[in-house]
Ligand binder design. Sequence first.
Ligand code: MN
Length: 203
Amino acid sequence: MAVFLHHHDLPDDLDLGTSVAIDTETMGLNPHRDRLCLVQLSDGNGDAHLVKIARDRQPAPRLQALLGDPAVTKLFHFARFDLASLSYSFGPVAGPVYCTKIASKLCRTYTDRHGLKDLCHELLSVEISKQQQSSDWGAETLSRAQQDYAASDVLYLHRLREKLDMMLAREGRAEMAAACFAFLMTRATMDLTGFEDLDIFHH
Ligand code: MN
């Protein structure tokens, strides 16, 4: 297992395959105010690639191509936020989306604990730390602890998907989950358009 730190864009000799786990770290929760600082990616085979995004963002043609590739499935935990922050900076994200948080909410109805830490603990017996979650991701130099934390947010999503897919199938909710995933890019766009706190399905 290795963590690779890149600047501005992915390297050009990297092939992450057709199913990529992605996470983002930002200066905060408002994409209009808080810039994107880091994009983490993993193909699920134990390595994580971190792309540091500078305050004066440089062109990132390879990262953008991956995000826009309709043949690449994107795995997230809480895709709604990552899709908003990524599409705000790089344009719409294409291809199938999978969200482990939504999958968990649809099949693990026996608990209200749907954090990544909770899922890794229960489904994989892996303990991850959330200590660096609210650290300064805009810093010039990211600490070892920050890099390891950022990597841990993408390293387990493929394995979690396998477990959650089995549970979704068992509970007869795979189709409902797929429909929710298909709506996620629209949900993220609505967040960016000013509909973030409005439930349009509510009476
Ligand atoms: Mn994260």
